[in-house]
Every structure is written in structure tokens, then in C-alpha cells.
Design a binder for this molecule. Structure first.
Ligand code: MGD
Ligand code: MGD
Ligand code: SF4
Length: 768
């Protein structure tokens, strides 16, 4: 019933064209549909946990019978799911029962090279022993800082924070920062003195006018965000979508602005110009809560809508009208930040411009704009002081991630970016060049090195140079089959993780608990981290006997217990979402140096950056090429779900979107197969063509995550093309350290063969 309600909601207001048109390309049978009808009269138990199929972390009720999870649903008390899951969450059960899963520890066969993919099975004791001795040898030879950790997902607490901090390395990379949210977090931190956090704090239920820049909600299917967005539209909120592509959200909008890619900062500056010069900004709010208005007003004088029209390829009147409409609806008008903000390299400045538009509308901390998300109160498990500060996901100063005064070397990117963790992609060169010092070992936990980080050839070169490369994963992904030691983690339905504290309108804590025992010889991340820690001599940090004792101790700091959390799943606290709530208690939410919203950033000026946002034109591609744009499939998460037959049934391969007129000129049509070749001669595919008028003529579009080349992943292997494979370049955002990935161009090379792939019917029937 919950799922039906979710789908009904989606279909009614957003979902009618949610799936990409290529989605129907592969039809998979459901083997369960052919199972003989029978009644189960045993006990069905419910276990409350949360989903790991993406990082929205929706609360899940898993229905278990006969030691197997048969179904997952959302549950009402959880603010992330509110009783519903998205299709990816519903389909996630198939990941646990995927026969291609990593089943036991593997060690690369002696005498083979990384990438040869030859492994032998090993016991946990042997595998952990090999890793521990490799790490201790690296420490002895180069220092503990020469070990790097990449981490994403719930086990990030163990492999992105706890273990690296105890081991003492500042070189922790998180794709969720430098390949994703870095610019929006950095800009928010230095404009409002608060980050955005994992749950975008938009006051959807009270807003009347929404402008989405890129941000393709409907294809980007973060569950409650999509619910809230749908409900806002149903309530009558007006929608403007700025996107070179007619996205699903654009199809629901009153106005679509098909902007020239990479020119959004010019559009935002023109909106600032109109708000300032026509005196449409909220004067009382600006006076009371901001600094730097005079400098901003002078700065935006030249940026007329006509100036922006030339750059953005949009109509000047339309630009002016949207600015006026935003002002007319303010403060119940909002330009949300989106999530994936590493676009063209000048991204922190684009995000600053976006926040300044919101600030002039007077909507930050006000109903209908941004609410003030708060993290719940929860104490860490008591442990001796770490030698280094753990790498948080957010931002600090330009000195972010700087080592404490303990004699350790600074992180290899020298802490020159404002984001708090080392930029993932900036760690790779140190593995190759040894500058500023050698990174000799890498543990990659839940990070897809060949599908998430641009310049795959460079990543492979770096892996070849390491002394030790360990992958902790659930599937034999392309990059996993390069590791020296592969550790198979239990899936989220089979394990505990650390508690998750979510900053939200209603701050809350969620518990991950196992619904079933781990299959095969797989182990949870907490166990792997602890066992490794003990072998590394870090016993003092792992003095808890097991995870239950650890979780119970933390929960008792808020007057709860593990027993209570297991029964409730989610523990909700009270928040202070609006400025008025803070002021009533004489509190100031703005953590900037001035204690106000900084329209002009003295901190940026002091660090040598523009204190007010400026426009930088994007790069141009070779003649005859198209800018490569990318986005999400509503039923897949990044590159991690393409071996899930339930989700592949809905969307089994990607296609390259190209404008119909361009396709005609190239002599290709929808359904033809082409190769894609980028500006550096890198090829990927074959991939089907989707000729459409739903995007501009100067770009093509691919859904991210397809194009696996991994023989052990029998459903995913060889289906579609990889956007990452075609990204041999990126443009660094010098402020956040983000990797702007939309700077690559491709040509379509006709005449590629239709791939000959194994029958998906047979593959689906293998589910264990
Ligand atoms: P964007 O990059 O803003 O990502 O999702 P968003 O934050 O929504 O959106 C991609 C859109 O930007 C596309 O429609 C593209 O055409 C448009 N675009 C490309 N170039 C430009 C440009 O120059 N200007 C403008 N205005 N638009 C442009 C990403 C988000 O999705 C993230 S970061 C995560 S972590 C989640 N991942 C995820 C997933 O993997 N699967 C599903 N189903 N949902 C997800 N939700 C989240
Ligand atoms: P995924 O492809 O989801 O992306 O970066 P990643 O998190 O690296 O890879 C997750 C890995 O974790 C996979 O190897 C998967 O098998 C493994 N995994 C899945 N479940 C578990 C588990 O329970 N335990 C363990 N140990 N492993 C597990 C995402 C990053 O990518 C982000 S956040 C963004 S927004 C960027 N998006 C993006 C893009 O759109 N296009 C391109 N070209 N690059 C991108 N890079 C960024
Ligand atoms: Fe799972 Fe979907 Fe929620 Fe993500 S949005 S956590 S995939 S149910």
C-alpha cells in the first residue's frame, strides 16, 4: 500500500515521464511472478532499519520470514521516508540476494598485475593480516600520512573518520564532497555560516515560487524531497526550470529556460542586478541580517538582463520577468541549491550567486525559503583523543583539514581548499608523482574509483604505483578487481552501522540494524574496522566488545538505549527551523566571521578569491563536438545498482540524447548504435542514440552509471556507455577543491554494432 501511494503521488504530479525514454529498451521477466501460488503460515517479523541504496537514508521496515527479507517499506515515524520508499529502495532487496556478490575475502594471486583480475580465496584472518602488515610497512617507510582512505556510505564513519583518525592520516577523500556537494557547502558556509547538509533544508510546504537550476528533481529521486516537491506543485506553487535539457521537472514547469551550458552565473548576476536596481529586494531583511550590500549593489550594476541574454542564449525579458516574479512571491520564493554542484570549475562562485539571490529575497530562515536545519544531540563513544581531527563531510576555513599540532604532515592538497576533506581527485597525482609526499596505500570503502572520479586512465596509473590497495565492497566492480585484497562487506540488510544523526527540520537519529544474518563469509564494516584496528595496535580506540555495546553507550547519552532504538527505529528531537525561533532564545544562527549573512566575503578576499561572485565563461570544445552533460536515472543510484535485475527491468541501459536536427545531420536515428569519442580520443560504447528535441543542439546527455566493464557483474557488464570513461578532463574549483566535470566534449561515431549480450531472462532467474 505504501509503495502504491508513492507511485500514485509521483505519477500524478511528477512521475508521468520520470523514466528516461530509453528506459523501456530492456524488458526483464520477474521470475517470482511464475512461482507457484502458496500460503506462508510461518511468522513474519518486522525489523526497522534504514535504506542504503542511496544516501537519503530512508527509514525502512523489512519484512522477514524464513530467514529472508521479502519486502521493504517505509515507515511513517521516519522523517526521511514518511511511510514510503522510492523504487530504488523497494528494489534494494535484490542486492542482498545477488549471486554475483563478493562472498569471501580475496587476495590477488602472486605474480599477477593489478587489473589482471586473478584472485584466490582467503580467510578473514589472513586477509586482515596482509592488510595490517602492508599498512605498518608503509607507516614505517613513509609515515602514517602515506595511507589514504576513500569512503562513501554509512560505513564512512569507520573508514572515512574513525579508523583514519586513529591511524593518523589527514588524507581522507570523500566523493560526496569534491565530486558532488563541495561548492554548495563551501559557499553556504561562507555566506550563511552554516552548511546545507545531507537533507536540503527547503521549506517546501510553505513556498509559492520555485526556481530549479539544473537540479532535476523527478530524475533525481531523493524520496521525501520528491514527495515535498510534488506536494508543493499540487498545492499550486509556481515552477521555473533552468536547464539546457527539457528535464522531467521542466515538463512540470510554467517556464523552462534552456540555458547555454555553463552560463548560469551570468543569469544569477542578472537576477541580482534586477533585484538591486529595481529595489525589489527585502530591505528590512538585508538591513538586519546581512553585511556587504553596498559592495554587492555596486558590483552588479553592469550585469543587465541584456548582458546576460547574450551570454546565456536566453531572452532578456524572460530573465527580467523571473527576477520580478521571485520578488513578488518573496519570502515564499526559493532557488534551491541542488546537490551535484561540481559543474564547470567556477562552482563556488555560482553557488554564492545563487545564495545571494535567496538572501536578497529575505528567505533564509524564513517560512517558504530555507529553514534552519539542526543536527540532533548525540555524544560520541568515549575514546582517547585521536592524533588527528577526523575528516568531516563539511567545510572549515582555508586551513580546513589542517593537522592538529602533533607533528603530522598536512594533507597532500595542502589544505588549500575550503572544503574540509582532501579533494578525492587531488589525491591521485600524489600516488603517481610522490609530491608533496608519497601516497603509498589506499583503502577504498564503498567508492567506485572508475565510475566516480574523472580521468580513469590516471586513476589506473595511480593504482599501479601503490604498495597496497584494498577494496571493501559488495560487488566485483571494475575497480574492485584491481585490489590486492578484496574484503566483502555484508549488505545493509545484514548489518549494524554507526548511528546516523540527521540535521533536519525535526532533527533525528536513525538506527541501522540487521534484518537477517550476513550471507556467505561477509562481515559488517564495523567488524572489519575493529579487527583491522586491533591488528594495527589501535586497541585503545576499539575497547568496546561489540557494536551493540558501542551503540547502547551512545544512545544512553540522550536517555535512550539500544533496546528502545531497535523498537522505534527513529528517535526524533525538536528543532528550531526559523529565525524567529532562534531570536526568541537570543541565539544567532549565522556562524560567519561577522555573525551575519555575508554578501561580501572578506574571508574570500583575504584568501585571494573574488569576494563577490563573478562570471567565468566555460571552455569551448573542438568543432563538430557536443558538450557532454549527464544526470540521474530515477531507478538507479550512480553506478552501483546496474547489477540489480529488479531495477534493470525498469531501466536496462542508457542512451545518448542528441537533438533531432543534429542526429539527422549526422545520419543517425533513435535506436542506432554509435561510439562516443571525446576531445582526447577516448572512446566508449557502443550506446544507443535517442534523438529528441528535449535538449539544446550544443550538447548531448547521458544518464550516469552505465557502461560497466566487469565480467563478474553479469547483469551490468557491457550495457550502455560510461560518462566517466569520457571525462578525461575536469576543471578544478580553486575555492572548494571540487572537480568540474562538464568540461568534456564528445563526437558521435556512427556504425557501432548492437552489443551482443547474455539474455537478461536467464540472468534474472539466478537470484539466490
Ligand atoms: P544536477 O547536476 O543539478 O544534479 O542531482 P541534482 O543535484 O539534481 O542536475 C542534472 C541536470 O543538470 C540535468 O537535467 C542536466 O541537463 C542539467 N544541466 C547540465 N548542465 C547544466 C548547466 O550548465 N546549467 C543548468 N542550469 N543545468 C545543467 C544529483 C543528485 O541526485 C545527487 S548529487 C545525488 S548524491 C543523488 N543521486 C541520485 C541517484 O544516483 N539516483 C537517483 N535516482 N536520484 C539521485 N538523487 C541525487
Ligand atoms: P557509486 O557508483 O555509488 O558511487 O560516488 P560513489 O559513491 O563512488 O559507488 C559505490 C560503490 O560502493 C560501488 O563500488 C558499490 O558496489 C559499493 N557499495 C554498494 N553498497 C555497499 C555497501 O553496503 N558496502 C560497501 N562496502 N560497498 C558498497 C558517488 C559520487 O560520484 C557522487 S556522490 C557524485 S554526486 C558524483 N556523480 C557523478 C556523475 O554524475 N557522473 C560522473 N561521471 N561522476 C560522478 N562522480 C561522483
Ligand atoms: Fe533508499 Fe530511495 Fe530512500 Fe534513497 S531515496 S534511501 S534509494 S528509498
Amino acid at each position: 500500500m505504501d509503495r502504491r501511494a508513492f507511485l500514485k503521488l509521483s505519477a500524478a504530479s511528477v512521475g508521468a515521464v520520470m523514466l528516461a525514454p530509453e528506459a523501456a529498451a530492456v524488458k526483464l521477466p520477474n521470475p517470482l511472478a511464475r512461482a507457484p501460488a502458496s500460503w506462508f503460515d510461518g511468522e513474519v517479523s518486522s525489523v526497522l532499519t534504514f535504506c542504503e541504496n542511496c544516501f537519503w537514508k530512508c527509514g525502512v521496515r523489512a519484512s522477514v520470514a524464513d530467514g529472508r527479507v521479502w519486502k521493504v517499506d517505509g515507515y511513517a515515524a521516519n522523517p526521511k521516508s514518511r511511510g514510503r520508499l522510492c523504487p530504488r529502495g523497494q528494489g534494494a532487496v535484490a542486492q542482498t540476494y545477488d549471486p554475483d556478490r563478493l562472498k569471501r575475502p580475496l587476495i590477488r594471486v602472486e605474480g599477477t598485475q593489478r587489473g589482471d583480475g586473478k584472485y584466490r580465496e582467503a580467510s578473514w584472518d589472513e586477509a586482515l593480516g596482509v592488510i595490517a602488515s602492508g599498512m605498518l610497512a608503509i607507516k614505517e617507510r613513509y609515515g602514517s600520512e602515506s595511507m589514504a582512505f576513500f569512503a562513501h556510505g554509512s560505513g564512512d564513519t569507520w573508514f572515512g573518520e574513525y579508523l583514519p583518525a586513529a591511524w593518523a592520516t589527514p588524507n581522507v577523500g570523500k566523493p560526496s564532497v569534491s565530486l558532488c556537494t563541495g561548492p554548495r557547502e563551501t559557499a553556504s558556509q561562507w555566506t550563511f555560516g552554516r552548511g546545507i547538509g545531507g537533507h536540503e533544508p527547503i521549506d517546501w510546504e510553505n513556498t509559492d515560487y520555485i526556481v530549479l537550476i539544473g537540479h532535476h528533481i523527478g530524475e533525481d529521486t531523493h524520496n521525501t524531497q520528491l514527495q515535498d516537491f510534488s506536494l508543493a506543485l499540487k498545492r499550486g506553487a509556481e515552477l521555473v526550470v533552468v536547464d539546457p535539457r527539457f528535464s522531467v521537472a521542466a515538463s512540470k514547469a510554467g517556464r523552462w529556460l534552456p540555458i547555454k551550458p555553463g552560463t548560469d552565473t551570468a543569469l544569477l548576476l542578472a537576477w541580482l542586478h534586477v533585484l538591486v536596481t529595481e529595489e525589489l529586494y527585502d530591505k528590512a531583511y538585508v538591513e538586519r541580517y546581512t553585511v556587504g550590500f553596498e559592495q554587492l549593489a555596486a558590483h552588479v550594476q553592469p550585469f543587465t538582463p541584456e548582458w546576460a541574454a547574450d551570454i546565456t542564449d536566453l531572452d532578456a525579458d524572460a530573465i527580467r520577468t523571473v527576477a520580478r516574479e521571485l520578488a513578488a512571491h518573496a519570502p515564499r520564493a526559493v532557488v534551491p541549491p541542488g546537490r551535484h554542484t561540481v559543474w564547470y570549475g567556477n562552482d563556488t562562485q555560482r553557488m554564492r550567486a545563487l545564495y545571494l539571490v535567496n538572501a536578497l529575497l529575505g528567505n533564509y530562515g524564513v517560512e517558504g525559503g530555507f529553514y534552519l536545519a539542526q543536527a540532533p544531540y548525540l555524544e560520541p563513544y568515549p575514546h582517547p583523543a585521536f592524533p588527528l581531527e577526523p575528516a568531516a563531510g563539511g567545510c572549515s576555513g582555508a586551513s580546513g583539514g589542517e593537522t592538529l599540532d602533533t607533528g603530522f604532515r598536512a594533507r597532500v592538497d595542502d589544505g588549500r581548499f575550503f572544503a574540509h576533506t582532501t579533494a578525492v581527485q587531488e589525491l591521485i597525482p600524489a600516488m603517481i608523482s610522490g609530491e608533496p609526499y608519497r601516497i603509498a596505500g589506499l583503502i577504498a570503502y564503498g567508492v567506485n574509483l572508475f565510475h566516480s572520479i574523472p580521468d580513469v586512465a590516471r586513476t589506473q596509473e595511480a593504482l599501479r604505483k601503490l604498495d597496497l590497495y584494498v577494496a571493501i565492497d559488495v560487488l566485483p566492480m571494475d575497480h574492485v578487481m584491481w585490489a590486492d585484497v578484496i574484503l566483502p562487506e555484508a549488505t545493509y540488510l545484514e548489518r549494524y552501522d554507526d548511528l546516523v544523526a540527521i540535521a533536519h527540520k525535526t532533527p533525528f537519529i536513525e538506527l541501522r540494524q540487521p534484518a537477517v544474518d550476513p550471507m556467505w563469509d561477509t562481515k559488517p564494516g564495523w567488524w572489519i574496522a575493529r579487527e583491522l584496528g586491533l591488528r594495527l595496535g589501535l586497541d585503545a580506540y576499539f575497547d568496546w566488545p561489540d557494536i551493540e555495546a558501542y551503540l547502547d553507550k551512545r544512545l544512553r547519552t540522550i536517555g535512550s538505549s539500544l533496546e528502545q532504538a531497535k523498537a522505534k527505529g527513529t528517535l526524533v528531537q525538536r528543532g528550531r527551523p526559523y529565525l524567529a525561533d532562534w531570536e526568541a532564545r537570543n541565539l544567532n544562527p549565522f556562524g560567519t566571521p561577522s555573525g551575519r549573512i555575508e554578501l561580501y566575503s572578506q574571508t574570500f578576499a583575504d584568501a585571494g578569491f573574488d569576494p563577490l561572485p563573478t562570471y567565468e565563461p566555460p571552455n569551448d570544445g573542438p568543432p563538430g563536438s557536443y558538450r557532454l552533460l549527464y544526470g540521474r536515472s530515477p531507478v538507479h543510484t550512480f553506478a552501483k545498482t546496474q547489477n540489480n535485475w529488479v531495477l534493470m527491468e525498469m531501466h536496462g541501459q542508457n542512451a545518448v540524447w542528441i537533438h533531432t536536427a543534429e542526429a539527422e545531420a549526422l545520419g543517425v536515428a533513435s535506436g542506432d548504435y554509435v561510439w562516443l569519442e571525446n576531445q582526447d580520443g577516448v572512446r566508449d560504447g557502443p550506446v544507443a542514440v535517442y534523438a529528441t528535441e528535449r535538449l539544446r543542439r550544443d550538447c548531448v546527455y547521458l544518464v550516469h552509471g552505465f557502461g560497466h566493464r566487469a565480467k563478474g557483474m553479469r547483469v551490468a557488464d557491457g550495457r550502455g556507455a560510461s560518462d566517466t570513461a569520457l571525462m578525461s578532463r575536469y576543471r578544478l574549483d580553486p575555492i572548494s577543491g571540487g572537480a568540474g566535470m562538464r568540461v568534456n566534449f564528445v563526437k558521435l561515431v556512427p556504425g557501432a554494432p548492437r552489443p551482443r549480450l547474455p539474455s537478461l531472462r536467464k540472468l534474472a532467474e539466478r537470484s539466490v
